[in-house]
Ligand binder design. Structure first.
Ligand code: UD1
Length: 363
């Protein structure tokens, strides 16, 4: 079975790595790796390939950054000849980035089966570019692999046939489990002068938070208070860097004594940073899941989540983006005792093996 696997942006790499590991257990799977080049900085891409031991991509489409329409169209134009050349039995896409929908659309138009990993998640917020990518990709996929029961329920509600949908667990948690020992050895805390459980970690990159100066300013007001209680480590995504640099907010944040601004961190350093933090504040999707698995309190700086299991069973609180609500939730975490949390069903480090078996059976 020849399967073309697509990666494009940073959150894709830790999902494809464990799948590649499980393909190795089956001689009859021939994987081809295509990198669209949506993310291209060393720290957003290559570093992840090295640390996660992902093989060099067979093809790099080198699309780079552009508007949504141009990026999506460019990926499609460059991906089509790759599929015509390789004629795979299936194309596998992960997550919800522009590369996911672009390559999915090319595959189905050529009559090639489409497999979507992390299917069915819904924020029900159509202003998020990722929500559009999720809904569209799921609607054209032939096999849909879900991380949590809500994903299965959403797909069935949308009329997708039950026999295409599989609850298999979470490949991103597979990556976390497989790299736990290596991450433990990371020296990131020493380098930043941090004590375990003595700091907060912050990540921000959603357009709705970082492209809107009023929202970003509210979040930064809250962070200004939090850093008076404990150091706040803030690895800055390129998108966020651009917006901080173009407004007075950048200077303001640089003036705060206990904010540690860093470049985007490597996978292993960030895993270590999360697992030793007192709490994490984020607008990322994946980090809500990783902190749930690691039992680290997570404040999600958004109005919704497409990953409700992290709130129902896990450590996640969706707190929104007003200064008051962020600070209230921060105080609650500081006053709380032990973290009460369950690991969601099937988040056991073996999702990718389940997926490989189902692929061999169904395709
Ligand atoms: C993309 C995904 C988002 C995901 C995020 C993770 C879409 C619609 N969005 O958002 O779902 O959560 O990746 O990081 O697919 N840039 C660089 N270097 C890079 C990549 C980007 O400097 O390697 C800068 C460019 O200025 C670019 C901006 O970041 O314009 C945004 O990049 P883009 O890929 O368009 O979206 P992200 O915000 O990274």
């Amino acid at each position: 079975m020849k399967i073309v696997n697509v990666v494009g942006a940073r959150p894709n790499f830790m999902k494809i790595a464990p799948l590649y590991g499980s393909y190795k257990l089956h001689d009859d799977i021939e994987p081809v790796l295509v990198h669209t080049g949506q993310h291209y900085d060393e720290k957003m891409s290559e570093l992840f390939f090295r640390q996660l031991e992902i093989p060099e991509p067979d093809v790099n489409l080198e699309v780079g950054s552009a508007s949504h329409a141009v990026q999506t169209a460019e990926i499609m134009k460059r991906f089509e000849p790759v599929l015509i050349e390789h004629r795979p039995d299936a194309v596998l896409v992960v997550g919800d980035v522009n590369s996911t929908i672009s390559c999915g659309l090319v595959a189905v138009k050529l009559g090639i089966k489409l497999v979507h990993i992390e299917a069915g998640l819904r924020s029900y917020d159509r202003s998020m570019p990722e929500e559009i990518n999720r809904v569209l990709t799921d609607s054209i996929s032939d096999l849909l692999f879900c991380t949590e029961q809500s994903g299965v329920d959403n797909l069935i509600r949308e009329g997708i046939s039950k026999d295409k949908v599989f609850l298999v667990g979470n490949v991103m948690i597979d990556a976390l489990v497989r790299n736990r020992e290596k991450a433990e050895k990371s020296t990131v805390l020493d380098k930043l002068g941090l004590d375990p459980q003595g700091y907060a970690a912050l990540t921000l990159h959603r357009p709705s938070n970082v492209d809107d100066a009023a929202v970003l300013s509210n979040i930064i007001d809250a962070i200004e208070v939090i850093q008076k209680h404990m150091p706040v480590v803030f690895p800055i995504h390129p998108r966020t860097r651009k917006h901080l640099d173009s407004t007075p907010l950048g200077q303001r944040i640089e003036g705060m004594k206990r904010i540690l601004l860093t470049e985007p961190l490597s996978y292993l350093d960030f895993s270590k940073l999360m697992s030793s933090a007192k709490l994490v504040l984020t607008d990322s999707g994946g980090i809500q899941e990783e902190t749930t698995f690691l039992r680290i309190p997570c404040l999600t700086l958004r109005e919704n989540t497409e990953r409700p299991v992290t709130v129902e069973l896990g450590t996640n609180q969706v707190v929104g983006v007003t200064t008051e609500r962020i600070l209230e939730a921060f105080e609650d975490v500081m006053n709380a005792g032990n973290v009460e949390c369950e690991t969601p069903p099937l988040w056991d480090g073996h999702a990718s093996e389940r997926i490989a078996k189902i692929l061999l059976d169904k395709i």
